[in-house]
Design a protein around this ligand. Structure first.
Ligand SMILES: [Zn+2]
Length: 425
């Protein structure tokens, strides 16, 4: 084996082992409040000199900071260390069809600045990219980040994301086919950019900053305009060979359904239980002449009914709104019962616009899951709202970059080459 082989050999080259040890130490430091070098050596089973060497590196890279002295065990008091979460920054973006929502966050998920601006889908790809760049530029200009490092930009996008080619293969919400969001934004932004599907991003955020601190197996179900699932098994997100795993909304729940889904199939969960499905069903019933509080809520114009107006009218006891909402949520519960049987997760987290309706959704889902799944599997499953509510996607986008930093991949994320420079080559 040549020397070059050794350094890239995943089975034991010295450089590779060093890197693994460094990741191990960084993960230990991140999950604790304050540790001494001796504590880290004990927890990691690495020798004291190895830990000291790694800590020097991490201090140089500003990923770890010294925070004073601990209690003496007889000799000189040890210096305590912690993860350098307040000095380093990440930009997280939730690119939705209604709003572009961006935050500037430190490594501890503390939001330093946030901006929300309407997406204006009708302006097309170029227009949306221009607005997105504007949001990022404004966040970068935040005075408290001056002269500090922004590690990268994480983005949540609704649609099928090809992680290998780094493109959006298909997004029915935006009407996009094979668009290069990263390439378009890189023309003006010299930062690493990572994109992923919005639901998987929400699940990652939950894993890094929310319930993931307690559980290693959890599923995040996103119920908004559409429905998707981000599946975390043993602390790792499930991608599948094409990066497309988790299309929970497109399982068929009604084989003879007349309701067609955006995907072309009939009777998909998404066509029966998404925000879009709830609004559509209500519109149809109102246009057919049925009476309901919903008509007042939309000022007599059924085309203005949204899933939120249906949920609100249902809470006020309107029979039509209740029937539509309750039926949709029952289908959601049946779908989730299937996820529980298949994956036996410790927790199911439900986020997205429709989940903001609260108890009216969660009570029915919990009851349906108990009734429709194997009791031995479902009896201890926690079913609850996403930790960050409507911020779930944007905090997940931040965690896309943090994940790379903790695994020390951040220097290997391709910093996209600005187009002009590339053309000159
Ligand atoms: Zn479908």
């Amino acid at each position: 084996m040549t020397k070059a082989d050794q350094t890239s050999d995943p089975n034991g080259g010295a450089k590779y082992i060093n890197r693994l040890n460094k990741v191990k130490v960084l993960k230990i430091i991140r999950t604790a409040e304050a540790l001494s070098r001796a504590d880290i050596s004990k927890i990691s089973s690495l020798s004291a000199p190895t830990v000291s060497r790694i800590i020097e590196d991490l201090l140089d890279e500003d990923l770890v900071q010294e925070i004073g002295e601990g209690e003496s065990q007889g000799g000189r008091p040890p210096t305590l260390l912690k993860f350098s979460d307040r000095k380093n920054f990440i930009i997280g973006l939730d690119l939705g069809t209604t709003n572009i929502y961006g935050v500037l966050s430190d490594f501890d998920a503390k939001i330093i600045a946030e901006i929300k601006t309407p997406t204006h889908v009708e302006e097309g790809f170029a227009g949306i990219m221009k607005r997105t760049s504007g949001v990022i530029a404004e966040l970068i200009a935040e005075p408290s980040v001056a002269n500090k490092r922004i590690y990268g930009i994480g983005m949540a996008v609704a649609g099928l994301i090809n992680r290998k080619r780094n493109i959006v293969e298909f997004s029915p919400d935006f009407h996009w086919h094979n668009v290069d969001v990263v390439g378009a934004l890189s023309k003006t932004l010299p930062y690493p950019i990572i994109i992923d599907n919005v639901t998987r991003v929400m699940a990652l955020g939950e894993m890094w900053y929310g319930l993931g601190k307690r559980f290693k197996n959890l599923i995040c179900v996103n119920v908004g305009y559409g429905i998707g699932a981000g599946i975390i098994i043993n602390g790792k997100p499930l991608y599948g060979p094409l990066g497309l795993a988790g299309e929970f909304g497109h399982i068929t729940l009604e084989k003879d359904s007349p309701v067609q889904c955006d995907c072309g199939n009939f009777g998909c969960l998404e066509a029966l239980a998404s925000g879009n499905a709830i609004a559509k069903a209500a519109r149809q019933r109102l246009l057919a002449g049925e009476r309901s509080l919903l008509l007042d809520a939309c000022e007599g114009d059924p085309t203005r009914v949204t899933s939120e107006t249906v949920a609100n009218a249902a809470k006020e006891g309107d029979p039509l709104a209740w029937e539509i909402f309750d039926r949709a949520v029952e289908y959601l519960g049946i779908g989730i019962a299937g996820l529980v049987n298949l994956f036996s997760p410790e927790a199911i987290v439900i986020g997205g616009g429709v989940a903001q309706s609260g108890d009216i959704l969660f009570e029915k889902v919990r009851k349906t899951v108990q009734a429709r799944s194997l009791n031995k599997i479902s009896s201890d499953v926690l079913i609850r709202p996403a930790t960050f509510g409507m911020k779930a996607a944007v905090m997940g986008a931040v965690s896309l970059v943090l994940n790379e930093v903790i695994n020390l991949n951040h220097n290997q994320i391709r910093v996209p080459v600005p187009v002009q420079a590339a053309e000159q080559q």
